[in-house]
Design a protein around this ligand. Structure first.
Ligand code: HGY
Ligand code: MN
Ligand code: MN
Length: 413
């Protein structure tokens, strides 16, 4: 089958259009999961799917799947990603994989081509996990490892539940969850790190995703007067939070390798200039490509946190928010991404993913892999996130060829 070209201009224009929904003054996007901005983005992408004649389904957690029928009624080859963003989001994180998937369908449709297997393009609810933990919530429910009821009951950082918000934006769908059969899943995504950009390589054939550990820590101390309380009488929750954050950074530096540690959210109470904080609520994000090292990092950090809390006479409680073991993608699919990129004339290298992705969840139920394109200066979760148009188009071309090869494969291949 000779394949049509991706309409690069159209891809760039849809990225810009979607980026205006939840667009920020001066650039960037804030489309937190299940907000009105997310609804606007969802409605717009569903409109694009319908314009392409796709059959659109919405499941109980709001995952949206557009289906481009195949010549045969077989489990689809699926692509896609997410369209929810963090508060300082860019145009491409997640959005690019969804819109490039639609561009593949658009090119095939224009050429009057129908692949043997159906092609599905999905966007999963709440991949970021920034408002409602865990991340990859939608794909976990889609694949069956997170019960729909538990996900719906999840309360976010603003105290409202997933169910309330899904209903408010009209995306608590009817399609069942945890039952879909997917033939294979390939996610196209920006790297969100510096490797491809630094090495001047166009395509990443992603071998897997590193382990992720998210925890919320709550420290309870004693509020007291900042001026009259001698240092030796203090039980300062803010101090202990700061010491844990510094220890996390030093621990990651000392462990080296792929170990990273981040205290991303930190709230002090009563958060006033002249009151010793009696409460600190903050998050720790630990990641490593090696499972045992990630467990080591957790063990050492919690030991320090316990010791620092006891020394200051504050109490510590921990609430796990997310925990994912490292995932290895399907070797045959990784090879297909690599050879396809080479055949199309692109430089390519194998690499791990530092960020979490829906593909790591789909990998539990079908062969899965990812295609990366460079992030300029490795910036992401930053309004200045950028990928060069030529690289965006290159990734979409590789996606088209990989999806069609998978969709034309005989069942026993
Ligand atoms: O946190 C992550 O790795 C992803 O952006 N959800
Ligand atoms: Mn993403
Ligand atoms: Mn992200």
């Amino acid at each position: 089958m000779s394949l049509p070209e991706i309409d690069g201009e159209h891809l760039l224009s849809t990225l810009a259009q979607l980026g205006r929904l939840g667009g920020l003054e001066g650039g960037g996007v804030c489309r937190l999961a299940l907000t009105d901005e997310d609804k606007a983005g969802r409605d717009w992408v569903v409109g694009q799917m319908r314009e392409l004649g796709m059959q659109v389904t919405v499941d109980g957690i709001g995952n949206v799947v557009g289906l481009h029928a195949g010549r045969e009624d077989l489990p689809p080859v699926m692509t896609g990603s997410h369209i929810d963003t963090v508060r300082t989001g860019g145009l491409y994180d997640g959005n690019y994989g969804v819109l490039a998937g639609l561009e593949v369908v658009r090119a095939l449709r224009k050429a009057g081509l129908r692949t043997r297997r159906p092609l599905a393009v999905a966007f999963f609810t709440n991949e970021e996990g920034a408002r409602f933990a865990p991340d990859m919530m939608g794909s976990l429910v889609f694949q069956g490892d997170l019960a729909l009821d538990a996900a719906l009951a999840t309360r976010g950082i603003d105290g409202t539940t997933v169910a309330e918000n899904l209903e408010r934006i009209g995306y608590r769908g009817e399609a069942p969850t945890g039952t879909a059969t997917v033939g294979s899943f390939v996610e196209l995504h920006i790297e969100q790190g510096p490797v491809l950009d630094l090495e001047g390589i166009t395509i990443g054939a992603v071998e897997g995703v590193q382990g992720i550990s998210w925890t919320e820590l709550t420290l309870a101390g004693t509020s007291n007067h900042a001026g009259t309380t001698p240092m030796r009488f203090r039980h300062d929750a803010g101090l202990v939070a700061a010491r844990i954050a510094c220890f996390a950074r030093d621990l990651a530096r000392e462990m080296g390798g792929d170990q990273v540690a981040t205290v991303g959210a930190l709230n002090l109470f009563p958060n006033l200039v002249n009151v010793i904080p009696n409460r600190a609520v903050f998050t720790v994000d630990l990641r490593n490509t090696v499972s045992t090292l990630l467990a080591d990092a957790e063990r050492r950090l919690w030991a320090f946190a316990d010791e620092a809390s006891a020394a200051e006479g504050v109490t510590l409680s921990r609430r796990p928010l997310a925990r994912f073991e490292p995932v290895a993608f399907d070797p045959a699919l990784i090879g297909l991404v690599e050879t396809t990129a080479r055949e199309l004339g692109y430089s390519v290298r194998r690499m791990p993913s530092g960020a979490g992705h829906d593909a790591q969840i789909l990998a539990r139920v079908c062969p899965a892999a990812m295609i990366f394109v460079p992030s300029v200066a490795g910036l992401s979760h930053n309004v200045r996130e950028h990928t060069e148009p030529a690289d965006l188009i290159a990734g979409a071309r590789v996606l088209l060829h990989v999806l069609v090869q998978l969709a034309e494969q005989q069942p026993d291949q």
